[in-house]
Design a protein around this ligand. Structure first.
Ligand code: GAL
Length: 399
């Protein structure tokens, strides 16, 4: 669609404020500007988007939504059900989204058969990043199992390297926890845990095993633990003060933005016991219903966001991978290629991130984060007590 000569700028509310997030957003801004769409930036800082979603909800309830917002996963489909989001079926049809995008992507942005947002990229949450120089110096390999991780941690400690960069921010604890749930429980149990109706699975003994593993991981950080932003934990990995980091692959984007080269300065593997699995979070921009006059620009923006050139430019900076199946994987680095190929592999277990809003509703996601936060900070809380609290939340939220 060709925008009219007096096309207005679109307000875009999002939470991309770190170096790589900013770079990735700026690449979108440039691709859009080249085709006549102007992006007016409304960034709300805060990793994981906790603050952004609150500000956005306030604006929507006040009847003053931005034109475009980073509304993702379950939050997106819930809002679509309330009529707050503009369907993009025409754009999707013209751009052949059904033919060129991963089915899991289409499914995530659809509600009742309608496409409700423009997909940007797929992040892999079960990512373990390792400082390559530390490994080389200590003659270690990236760990593939918990036992290997334990052995590596021992060697790192003996050489005054903190094994794991950890932060107590609730969403970061929850991010690590879900990778551990997948590792300890396997894909079938994880899928049940993530589904809103499967609350009884939270009684499974493997949830207790995951909570124990979570505590063990936290103890691999020898620094007096703080609630540092994810970028600070990533800095500690980069400097070699810490040897390893479990974080969605946006941390990989951040390392790259700081001039690090995958394979040379850092290694990237799946979290132990999750090789071949993809715990995903799909970033999307939704076109909010508000001032109707902006509809043409919103649709034009959605169309450009899905184009191959935009997809490549954005994802290479962001650390995620394109949502399209028709790109050349040779253009991706080894870490991104493994992520993309796992998405493309028939039958590979693809699991929705709970913490990054792919499964649970916003309030449940927050409540889970609070329980885990209290659990890791309070040695007196037993894994069994934390399990009971998680179960109560999920059961209470079940229809
Ligand atoms: C996620 C989001 C990513 C990311 C990260 C850290 O929820 O999907 O794009 O940047 O938070 O802020």
């Amino acid at each position: 669609m060709i925008p009219s000569a007096h096309a207005e700028a679109l307000n875009v509310l999002h939470w991309w404020t770190s170096d790589s997030e900013r770079q990735a957003a700026d690449r979108l801004v440039r691709q859009l500007a080249a085709q006549g769409v102007e992006w007016h930036d409304d960034a709300i800082p805060g990793g994981g988007g906790g603050a952004a979603i609150k500000v956005l909800t306030g604006r929507v309830l006040a009847g003053e939504p931005p034109d475009v917002a980073q509304v993702i996963g379950r939050t997106l489909t819930d809002w679509a059900g309330l009529g707050l989001v503009r369907p993009l079926d025409d754009v999707a049809q013209r751009g052949h989204w059904r033919q060129v995008m991963f089915p899991v992507v289409l499914e995530t942005v659809s509600r009742g058969g309608h496409v409700m947002a423009a997909p940007l990229g797929v992040h892999r949450i079960n990512t373990l990043l390792v400082n390559h120089h530390v490994l080389e110096q200590l003659r270690l390999k990236p760990p593939r199992t918990w036992a290997e991780m334990e052995a590596a941690a021992k060697v790192m400690r003996a050489h005054h390297v903190t094994p794991l960069a950890w932060s107590d921010e609730p969403w970061q604890v929850a991010t690590v926890f879900e990778t551990v749930l997948l590792a300890e429980g396997g894909p079938r149990l994880y899928a049940e845990l993530a589904s809103t109706t499967g609350w009884s699975s939270w009684q499974d003994a493997r949830v207790v095993a995951a909570l124990k593993r979570l505590r063990w991981l936290r103890d691999l950080d020898d620094e007096p633990t703080t609630e540092e932003p994810w970028t600070s934990a990533t800095r500690r990995l980069q400097s070699g003060a810490a040897g390893m980091l479990i974080m969605g692959d946006w941390a990989r984007g951040e390392l790259q933005a700081w001039g690090e080269h995958a394979g040379l300065d850092f290694d990237c593997v799946a979290v132990p016991q999750t090789a071949g699995m993809h715990l995903y979070s799909i970033d999307t921009l939704a076109m909010l219903v508000g001032r109707n006059a902006h509809r043409a620009e919103q649709e034009h923006m959605a169309d450009i966001l899905a184009q191959p050139a935009t997809q490549m430019a954005y994802n290479q900076a962001k650390g995620s991978v394109p949502v399209r199946t028709d790109i050349d994987p040779a253009q991706l680095d080894a870490c991104a290629r493994d992520s993309w190929q796992t998405l493309a592999r028939p039958g590979a277990p693809l699991l929705p991130s709970i913490t990054h809003r792919m499964a649970a509703v916003e309030s449940v996601r927050d409540a889970i984060g609070e329980v885990l936060h209290r659990f890791v900070r309070t040695p007196g809380v037993t894994p069994q007590q934390a399990q009971a609290q998680l179960l109560a939340i999920v059961r209470g939220a079940a229809p």
